[in-house]
Design a protein around this ligand. Structure first.
Ligand SMILES: *Cc1c(COP(=O)(O)O)cnc(C)c1O
Length: 359
C-alpha cells in the first residue's frame, strides 16, 4: 500500500520553491572551505550581525517558551517605525506572515506582479488558492490596469514586493495608493526597505486595506534566526495575532531582533556600505561589457546577460566558489541576480567574471 494515496490530489502540481543549498553542502560539493565561498545568491548581509546581537540571541533562555503576544518585540518595532504596537505582528520571517494573511483571508484568488519573489505563488498553491500573475511592463513597472483586472477576476489579496525581488526597483507612493484604491487587501512586501530608504508605512493612516511586510533577514543580518513582521490596521493585526502559531517567533530570534533595533546605528552603517557596494557592483560588472545592470533600490542587482548563457555562467562562477542566482522562468531568461556584499566579495566576483567571460 502506497501511503501517498492519502495525500491531496494536487501534491505533484504544487510549484516547488527552490531554496538555496546549505553552505556546508555547497562547500563540500565545490571543494572549497565554507569561509572561502562568496555567497551572493540570497541577498544576505555578509557583514553579519553585530557581536551584541549574537550575544543577545545566545543569552535567551532555551527552556522557556517565548511570549506569544510578542509584547516587547512589537513595542520595539513600533518605536522604530513610529507606529503603535497594535499595528505590528511578528512572524517566523515575513514568509510566515504571508501565509498567515492567506489563512486569514482565504481569498478566491491572489495576484502579483511578475517576475517577483516566488513565495506568493508557492504559498497560494499550498493553500489551494488560485494565483494570478500579472506581468510587469517593460522596465519592470507595475501594470495597474492588469492588477485591477485581476482583482475584478477574484483576487482578494494582491502581493507587491517593493523594492521588487529580483528586479530591484521600488514602486512609487502614487502606485501604491492606486493599488490601495482597489477592493482587495494590498500586501506591500518591503523586505529591502532599509536599502531603499522609502516605505509605504505613512500610507497606513489613510489606507486600512494596506499591509506592509518587513523583515530582519536582509538589512539586520538575521536571515538564519527568522524574524519578520507585518504592519497594518489594528483590525487586521488583531486577527493575525489570534491565528498565528502562538510561539512563531522563537526566544533567540526575539532577543536578536530587539538587540538589532537597539544597535541599529551600527547595522544601518553596514546598510549604507552595502548600498555603496551595490552601486560599485552595477558599475564595475556593467563595465565588463557583457552584463547589463538594471537600476536597483535594494541590496542586489539584476543583470541581463548579453553574451553567453546565464546557467553556464552561474555554474562556472560556482566552480570558482562564487554563488549567484539564476532562474528557470521564461520572463527571467538569461538574467542573473547578484547580491551586494563587502568590497572583497565584489572583488572576488569581478576576478571570477573575468575568468569566465564568454569569448
Ligand atoms: C528575502 C525576501 C523575503 C523573506 O523574508 P523572511 O523574513 O526571511 O521570510 C520576503 N520578501 C522578499 C521580497 C524577499 O526577497
Amino acid at each position: 500500500m502506497n501511503p501517498r494515496r492519502y495525500l491531496r490530489d494536487d501534491i505533484d502540481d504544487l510549484a516547488h520553491y527552490a531554496p538555496v543549498q546549505p553552505l556546508e553542502v555547497l562547500a563540500a560539493e565545490i571543494g572549497v572551505p565554507v569561509d572561502q565561498l562568496v555567497k551572493l545568491d540570497a541577498n544576505e548581509n555578509l557583514y553579519g550581525a553585530p557581536e551584541a546581537v549574537r550575544e543577545a540571541a545566545a543569552a535567551a533562555p532555551p527552556h522557556i517558551y517565548p511570549d506569544p503576544d510578542q509584547t516587547g518585540l512589537r513595542g520595539d518595532i513600533a518605536d522604530y517605525l513610529g507606529v503603535r504596537p497594535e499595528n505590528v505582528v511578528a512572524g517566523t520571517g515575513s514568509d510566515d506572515l504571508l501565509d498567515v494573511v492567506l489563512r486569514l483571508t482565504l481569498p478566491d484568488a491572489t495576484a502579483t506582479a511578475t517576475p517577483t519573489f516566488g513565495m506568493y505563488s508557492f504559498l497560494s498553491g499550498i493553500a489551494g488558492i488560485r494565483h494570478i500573475e500579472v506581468p510587469r511592463t517593460a522596465g519592470y513597472g507595475l501594470d495597474l490596469p492588469g492588477l485591477r483586472a485581476a482583482v475584478a477576476d477574484g483576487a482578494g489579496v494582491v502581493f507587491v514586493a517593493s523594492p521588487n525581488n529580483p528586479t530591484g526597483n521600488a514602486a512609487g507612493p502614487e502606485e501604491i495608493e492606486a493599488l490601495c484604491a482597489l477592493d482587495a487587501l494590498i500586501v506591500v512586501d518591503e523586505a529591502y526597505a532599509e536599502f531603499a530608504g522609502t516605505s509605504a508605512i505613512p500610507l497606513l493612516d489613510t489606507h486600512p486595506n494596506l499591509v506592509v511586510m518587513r523583515t530582519f533577514s536582509k538589512w539586520a543580518g538575521l536571515a538564519g534566526l527568522r524574524v519578520g513582521y507585518a504592519v497594518a490596521h489594528a483590525d487586521l493585526v488583531e486577527p493575525m495575532l489570534a491565528i498565528k502559531q502562538p510561539y512563531n517567533v522563537n526566544a533567540a530570534g526575539d532577543a536578536a531582533a530587539r538587540a538589532a533595533l537597539a544597535h541599529r546605528d551600527e547595522l544601518l552603517a553596514t546598510v549604507r556600505a552595502i548600498v555603496a557596494e551595490r552601486d560599485r557592483l552595477s558599475e564595475q560588472v556593467g563595465a565588463l561589457g557583457w552584463l547589463d545592470p538594471y537600476p536597483s533600490d535594494a541590496n542586489f542587482v539584476l543583470f541581463d546577460v548579453k553574451a553567453g548563457d546565464s546557467g553556464e555562467i552561474a555554474a562556472a562562477l560556482r566552480r570558482r566558489g562564487v554563488l549567484v542566482r539564476r532562474y528557470d522562468r521564461p520572463d527571467l531568461a538569461n538574467k542573473l541576480r547578484i547580491s551586494a556584499g563587502r568590497p572583497q566579495d565584489t572583488d572576488r566576483l569581478l576576478d571570477a567574471l573575468k575568468e569566465v567571460a564568454p569569448r
